[in-house]
Design a protein around this ligand. Structure first.
Ligand code: 5GP
Ligand code: MN
Length: 321
């Protein structure tokens, strides 16, 4: 089994790089910090490097200052790299080169679109989150879960299940959560930090996006967008848009929700978030544009005018309805 191979590799190597995807969020941060704790408990040398900065609302996490930025990563060499929550190596962004230079790549992920880029590929499509997989690694390696680790894992699972709402939530997820709460996690304190910690700018940006909400395909598809000029005018950041797609998704009878986020620096570069409420496989749609993710939550990036990008994506979505 892959988890046993990972155990062996962790025992064998000494100097580890840990990384995850661009635009970090709860699962990528929680699972990186948790696995770093596991490695440190085993006296390993650990460096976490992410391509993008940690968003404001995750800075309360203990140990988050240990996450370094890619510019500090050059010339470093590692025995092994652990890549979390990434379906492919380009999702590691600016850290990709350092990962490829390391001697051995351990891929731990739960995306259906995972490309098995590692020397070990532990991919569990049914896992709620990468955090849940790291939890299992703690058990496999008999490393003690501390309160700090419980918090990391709780946040990873909480955010990737949409607060236990999505179909990746199972009885097993709740069993793990129940154990983690036993370490003294206070759910409302976490919820306040993660979900009730927005800047006024972020909420104003949401207002801007919502005022442009469109519904098409007989009410089955809803989408909204944020443009580069909105970021500039409101002085908001891409991380402020983390949950915008959910407002399109919350509409009755909508099957597919989309959120187009223009890059805040590069005009005409659009990240598209796709969410499915039913049988449409949005991973398949995203894959047609070089992206991926999960069956009901995926993303991709397209370059072109907003008009053309929107047209292309809406066409593919309507083909799947
Ligand atoms: P989001 O829409 O929140 O950016 O991402 C939704 C899901 O799709 C996440 O699981 C994320 O990892 C994945 N995803 C987002 N953008 C991309 C992309 O450009 N390529 C791939 N392969 N996956 C993506
Ligand atoms: Mn994840």
């Amino acid at each position: 089994m892959e988890i046993k191979k990972i155990k062996k590799a962790i025992e064998k190597y000494d100097k580890f790089l840990i990384t995850a995807h661009i635009n970090p969020e709860g699962d990528s941060l929680g699972s990186q910090l948790a696995i770093a704790s596991l490695l440190r408990a085993l006296d390993k040398d650990v460096t976490i490097i992410d391509s993008d900065a940690v968003p404001e609302h995750y800075r309360f996490l203990p140990g988050v200052d240990l996450i370094r930025n890619k510019t500090r990563a050059r010339n470093k060499k590692f025995d092994a790299a652990i890549v979390l929550d990434c379906p492919n190596l380009s999702r590691t962004g600016g850290v990709r080169g350092v990962v490829q230079k390391s001697g051995y790549i351990i891929n731990i992920d739960h995306h259906v679109s995972n490309e098995r880029f590692g020397d070990i590929n532990w991919v569990e499509e049914r896992a709620s989150s990468s955090g849940e997989m790291v939890y299992r690694l703690f058990k496999e390696m008999s490393v003690e879960i501390t309160k700090e680790v419980a918090l990391y894992l709780y946040i990873a699972i909480l955010t990737d299940t949409g607060s236990f709402n999505y179909d990746n939530t199972s009885g097993e997820t709740h069993e793990i959560i129940s154990e983690l709460l036993g370490y003294g996690i206070e759910p409302y304190e976490v919820s306040k930090s993660v979900y009730e910690n927005k800047s006024v700018r972020a909420v104003k940006l949401l207002g801007e996006a919502l005022s442009g909400l469109e519904v098409t395909a007989n009410g089955k598809v809803a989408y909204l967008a944020v443009r580069k000029k909105d970021f500039k005018r409101i002085k908001a950041k891409p991380a402020d848009c983390e949950d915008f797609v959910n407002f399109a998704r919350s509409i009755k009878d909508v099957c597919v929700a989309l959120f187009f986020r223009e890059d805040n620096e590069k005009a005409n570069h659009f990240h598209v978030s796709l969410r499915s409420k039913g049988k449409v496989n949005v991973n398949k749609v995203a894959a047609q544009f070089g992206g991926g993710g999960h069956r009901r939550a995926s993303g991709c990036t397209l370059i072109g005018s907003f008009h053309d990008v929107k047209k292309k994506v809406l066409k593919r979505v309507s083909d799947e309805l």
